[in-house]
Write a protein that binds this ligand. Structure first.
Ligand SMILES: N[C@@H](CCC(=O)N[C@@H](CS)C(=O)NCC(=O)O)C(=O)O
Length: 217
């Protein structure tokens, strides 16, 4: 059961998939997309060039959430990232969408804008992204008032999405002191060994962070 992941350790969506692989100690080989040969293979496999992708016995699986669902179906380990109960699983999937669409996406918009030359930057897009992050933080703060993890009582797919999303969102648009539950949840995620490992492996790349990485996790 040879699994190959095309990914980069510093990428948020790649970390989202590294977390479940580390949670279950699933064996896989990594093709790091800083390598030119790996990048050529990746582009041939997925012309949309969005990482990560997983190769499982010749089959290419795209999209971080789908990769995690694929791992849960075909390479299940002791840590179940989707509950068996369909209603509970639906809430996990909702929270996964929440983190991708309303935290990861606006964070990426701010980062992408910082990669442009000053004359190509779009202040309105960045302002809208920051406003969306504030709204997302506010909603999440209430949601997390009495919770350890994003959905149900167990660490799940939703937390895999949350960890890198909140990690980088806080770097680009700091989570304010008013959102203590979100801050505490981000700290809990950083203590989770699977995510802590992904964060450690990405440390050497911090100087590459386009808006500039703060001197902290
Ligand atoms: N919808 C995709 C998004 C993946 C994505 O945006 N990956 C980023 C890295 S974090 C990427 O490949 N960026 C390259 C680009 O935008 O050209 C998923 O869920 O896997």
């Amino acid at each position: 059961m040879a699994l190959t992941l095309y990914a980069h350790p510093f990428s948020s969506y790649c970390q989202k998939v590294l977390i479940p692989l580390y949670e279950n100690e699933t064996p896989f080989s990594l093709r790091v997309l800083a390598d030119a040969e790996a990048a050529r293979e990746f582009e041939a496999l997925w012309p949309l060039k969005r990482m990560p992708i997983l190769i499982d016995e010749g089959r290419t699986i795209m999209e971080a959430t789908v990769i995690i669902e694929h791992l849960a179906l075909h390479h299940a380990g002791p840590v179940r990232l989707l509950p068996d109960d369909p209603k509970s699983a639906l809430d996990v999937r909702f929270m996964d969408r929440f983190f991708d669409n309303y935290v990861m996406a606006p964070m990426q918009r701010i980062v992408s804008d910082a990669m442009r030359t000053p004359d190509k930057r779009d202040a309105q897009t960045v302002a809208e992204a920051r406003a969306l992050l504030d709204t997302a933080y506010r909603w999440l703060d209430q949601r997390m008032a009495n919770r350890e993890w994003a959905s149900g009582g167990e660490f799940s797919l939703a937390d895999c999405a949350a960890a890198p999303a909140l990690f980088y969102a806080d770097w680009t648009h700091p989570i304010g002191a008013a959102f203590g539950n979100v801050r505490a949840y981000r700290r809990r995620l950083l203590l989770r060994p699977s995510f802590a490992r992904a964060v450690d492996e990405a440390r050497p790349y911090r100087p590459l962070f386009p808006p500039g990485a703060p001197d902290r996790d």
